[in-house]
Design a protein around this ligand. Structure first.
Ligand code: GLV
Ligand code: MN
Ligand code: MN
Length: 420
């Protein structure tokens, strides 16, 4: 079945162009989960599902599903999913490429009247990106029962409660603390995503077949000093929360740099979110709130990082002018993708003659959560200069369509394999 037909390539381009327009106009490309633009994009997607003749539903975790039912009576399901929410001023392809690829696979299956021995479900996983409630992957965490009351009750900076937002979009936040029953019937969870790094582009490779996804930990850090007059309080009498924070930022960066070299595995840490209070030029900063983001493929390096950071903070608390509190607010463990699915992705890519490599992901993905309870695997396609989570993010349509072809071949192979 020829997947490279111009109609598929044009379809992918058209859908990416459509979604690109649904953005906060002043801040392209922004479609934050639960925002007005996010709801608009969900209506667009619902319409796309309907045009393809899919059965549309929203599950208890707020994931938007388009279901192609098998003509054979079965509960088995293959899920192809990604996300249509973005980070602020994020890109046009992160998550979007995967949802559009899934739509294109379904279109091709329908047009060629292919009957599958399992149901095929396209998922827009709810809120994959880290949000103001300090939690990412809401939809997939919900599916596997990994959202607890503390997380669901969190309030964002506008006073909105996470569980109420999930309910508004069609979920049932009171049913999210145990794994969904669909999990028992999952044959495979598949995801296409842009790489968000430079490996494929630099090696000139078409397809990255993901072997592992690193652990992600997030910590909130609160530094309490004393606000005061910037003109009158002398330098040796200050408890400047921002100055103390800058020491933590530098320490975190140096520690991560050292451990990344020592561990020889993926290890990165970032402080990208910081809130200075009261944030006024003539006032000594009295309080700072920051979020530390840590990604690690090695458990021992992660443990070492936390141990050294906690010790450093303890020392600063004893000897410095400010009081520092650090709290773990999110965790997703290191996971490996299903080995059979990785092999099958490789065969699917080889059959098209696409160059490919097995690689480790640097970013987090919904597939990481699903892989904890069901067979799961994903592929990457190249993106320009490895840029992502910024407006410059770009991927060639021809590269996305190669990945989409591999995704289709994978579904075809699963239909004929003994994995279903
Ligand atoms: C997902 O976007 C991540 O932060 O890795
Ligand atoms: Mn993504
Ligand atoms: Mn992202």
């Amino acid at each position: 079945m020829d997947f490279s037909a111009q109609s598929n390539i044009s379809f992918i381009k058209q859908k990416i162009d459509d979604l690109e327009k649904i953005t906060d106009q002043d801040n392209p490309y922004t479609r934050i989960v639960f925002s007005k633009k996010f709801y608009e994009a969900r209506s667009w997607l619902k319409n796309e599902y309907q045009k393809l003749g899919l059965i549309v539903s929203t599950d208890d975790a707020g994931n938007l599903i388009g279901l192609l039912k098998s003509k054979t009576n079965t509960e088995k399901v293959v899920i192809i999913g990604s996300h249509i929410d973005t980070v602020p001023s994020g890109g046009r392809f992160d998550g979007i490429a995967g949802v559009v690829a899934a739509l294109c696979v379904v279109k091709h299956i329908k047009e060629n009247d292919i009957n599958l021995p399992f149901n095929l479900a396209v998922y827009d996983y709810l809120g994959e990106e880290l949000n103001d409630w300090s939690i990412s992957c809401i939809g997939t965490r919900g599916m596997i029962g990994a959202l607890n009351e503390e997380i669901l009750s969190r309030t964002n900076s506008s006073g909105e409660i996470l569980k109420e937002e999930i309910d508004k979009i069609g979920g049932k936040s009171n049913l999210l603390t145990k794994p969904f029953s669909i999990i028992e019937n999952i044959v495979a969870c598949l995801e296409l995503h842009i790489e968000q790094g430079k490996v494929l582009e630099q090696k000139n490779i078409d397809i990255g077949i993901v072997r592992s996804i690193p652990s992600i930990s997030r910590f909130s850090v609160e530094v309490n000093g004393q606000a005061g007059h910037s003109g009158t309080i002398l330098m040796d009498q200050r408890a400047d929360a921002l100055v103390t924070s800058s020491e933590i930022i530098t320490f975190v960066n140096k520690l991560a740099l050292r451990l990344s070299k020592e561990s020889n595995q993926h290890f990165v840490s970032t402080i990208g979110k910081i809130n200075v209070l009261p944030n006024a030029a003539a006032i000594i900063p009295g309080k700072v709130e920051m979020t530390i983001d840590l990604r690690a493929s090695s458990k021992s390096s992660r443990d070492q990082y936390i141990k050294e950071l906690e010790k450093h903070i303890e020392t600063m608390n004893q000897s410095g002018p400010c009081k520092i509190k650090m709290k773990n607010i999110a965790f997703a463990p290191y996971v490996e993708m299903d080995k059979e699915l990785v092999k099958l992705f490789k065969v699917s890519s080889d059959e098209y003659g696409f160059s490919n490599i097995i690689m480790d992901s640097g970013a987090g993905h919904d597939t990481a959560h699903l892989s904890r309870v069901a067979p799961a695997s994903m592929i990457f396609v190249p993106c320009m200069d490895g840029l992502s989570h910024c407006p410059e993010e770009y991927a060639e349509i021809s590269d996305i369509s190669k990945g989409t072809a591999v995704l289709f071949k994978m579904v075809e192979k699963l239909a004929r394999s003994n994995l279903n």
